[in-house]
Design a protein around this ligand. Structure first.
Ligand SMILES: Cc1ncc(COP(=O)(O)O)c(C=O)c1O
Length: 467
């Protein structure tokens, strides 16, 4: 969320323009930044707010986001019916709590939690909160181990690739954990086992492995990372757990790469998060986190709330939170089943592979990924292409409504500027065809009309796309 600042005094009372059709109402004074003295009729309010939103991009053409932008009408209806339910009110809405429990169980079997029913988990507002909870559990466990052994517990660190999503940077800053980033290099765009293990020491609370990378959609090799940490354990005695950030892949790999060992089949994986609102196919915001076993989730992080005369353990940063998304997650599980999810994700992947293949044929582009892990791929301009940049291309596509972000990679690879395309449910092969046509046309135009460098402030703005 951007932090908003107060507008200056002179703008506070600036009025909103109301369509003359509605001005027969007694009062139509709607100051922009102050609470109006009087209300208006519902239709007037609806029209005013809708008009304000006209300039927002079309969510279906937003190829920048991983987050669900289309759900079927029945799911929307269910969400509207559940809009008033507060997830935290377990007494008042015990069945919503039951649906959450079912979702946790469904995910624990999708992610191969060990038999015996020991895995524990919960819903969250999204992966950011889930990652925060996962990181806290790692930190608490490490601190308890160190304190019990009479060792210094003042300098925890977390090892991850520099391609991690910003939520991990936040976790480190908020909890005063040293982030140890393994840099990206041109032929290694995500974390690998040897590099992860090399950064670990006695103060490492855990390693984050991403399924898949926000930068280019590639999966980090969880098994390889875990095996490198096994060797580290054997050689140096540091027993470092892995948290898998499966924000997107947690809902993709079980369906598209069922044999890939990235989840609780890998013994070192202590916890996994995923966003229900990404490839879980629910509108924002719902996320999930699961711990392999109760000992991976320190008891003093868990709060117990009274629940139908009993006690309900909870672990969350928020208190109140919408229940509709959890109901919608369960709806999707029932509606699609395993085969339905597989079909949706496979269709996205077929489209991603088609698009990346055709983009490679246009000429000036070099693919960094093709969409074989997540249905997400990134490409850049070949080094010999001059006269325009991926930012120019991104801006030209925006003229047609496509939101296709161009951005530079993180520290150590900041000179590499790429475009990333996230294929999600609702982005059809037909739309992909239209995008390709536009892409080819814009490349032609740019090749015939080389661009001048924009002034530095515009350049800065162009490169500020945040993951
Ligand atoms: C790998 C990864 N982790 C965490 C997040 C944060 O997820 P959310 O938007 O659900 O908070 C993202 C978002 O794109 C992501 O790609």
């Amino acid at each position: 969320m951007p932090l908003h600042t107060q507008v200056d005094e002179s703008s506070q009372d600036e009025g909103l323009e109301v369509n003359p059709v509605y001005v027969r109402e007694l009062s139509c004074e709607i100051p922009r930044y102050r609470l109006p003295a009087h209300g208006v009729l519902p239709r007037t309010a609806l029209q005013v707010v809708r008009d304000e939103l006209i300039l927002d991009g079309n969510a279906r053409l937003n190829l920048a986001t991983f987050v669900t932008t289309w759900m079927e009408p029945e799911a929307e209806q269910l969400m509207a019916e559940c809009a008033a339910k507060n997830m935290i009110d377990k007494d008042e809405y015990p069945q919503t709590a039951e649906l959450e429990r079912r979702c946790v169980n469904i995910l624990s079997s999708l992610w191969h939690a060990p038999a015996g029913g020991q895995a524990a988990g919960c819903s969250t507002t999204g992966s950011s909160e889930a990652c925060m909870l996962g990181g806290m559990a790692l930190l608490w466990r490490w601190r308890a181990r160190r304190t019990a052994a009479g060792l210094d517990a003042a300098r925890p660190n977390l090892v991850m690739g520099s391609n991690v999503q910003v939520c991990w940077e936040k976790f480190c800053r908020y909890w005063q954990v040293e982030p140890r980033y393994v840099p990206m290099v041109p032929d290694r765009l995500h974390l690998r086992g040897a590099e992860a293990a090399a950064q670990c020491d006695e103060n490492t609370i855990g390693v984050v492995a991403i399924m898949g990378s926000t930068m280019d959609g590639s999966y980090e090799p969880v098994l390889e990372i875990s095996q490198a940490l096994d060797r580290l354990h054997a050689d140096q005695g540091h027993d470092v757990p892995v948290h898998v950030d499966g924000a997107s892949g947690g809902f993709v790999a079980p369906f598209l790469q069922p044999d890939l060992e990235w989840d609780f089949r890998v013994p070192r994986v202590a916890s996994i998060n995923a966003s229900g609102h990404k490839y879980g196919l629910v509108y924002p915001g719902v996320g999930w986190i699961l711990w392999r076993a109760p000992d991976a989730l320190p008891d003093d992080l868990v709060f117990r709330v009274n629940y139908l005369g009993g006690e309900m353990p909870t672990f969350a940063l928020n208190f109140s939170r919408p229940g509709a998304q959890v109901a919608a997650q369960y709806y999707n599980f029932v509606r699609l089943g395993h085969e339905g999810y597989r079909h949706v994700q496979q269709t996205c992947q077929d489209i991603a592979l088609h698009l990346s293949g055709e983009i490679a044929k246009i000429g000036p582009f070099e693919l960094l990924t093709e969409g074989r892990d997540l249905p997400v791929f990134a490409f850049k301009l070949r080094d010999e292409v001059t006269g325009y940049s991926v930012f120019d291309l991104s801006e030209r596509l925006r003229m047609r409504g496509w939101q296709v972000p161009a951005y530079t990679f993180p520290a150590d690879l900041t000179e590499m500027a790429v475009i990333r395309i996230v294929v999600r449910n609702g982005f059809s092969m037909d739309l992909a065809g239209l995008l390709l046509e536009d892409l080819r046309r814009q490349v032609q135009i740019l090749e015939h009309h080389p661009q001048t460098q924009p002034p530095p402030d515009i350049q800065q703005q162009r490169q500020s796309f945040k993951h």
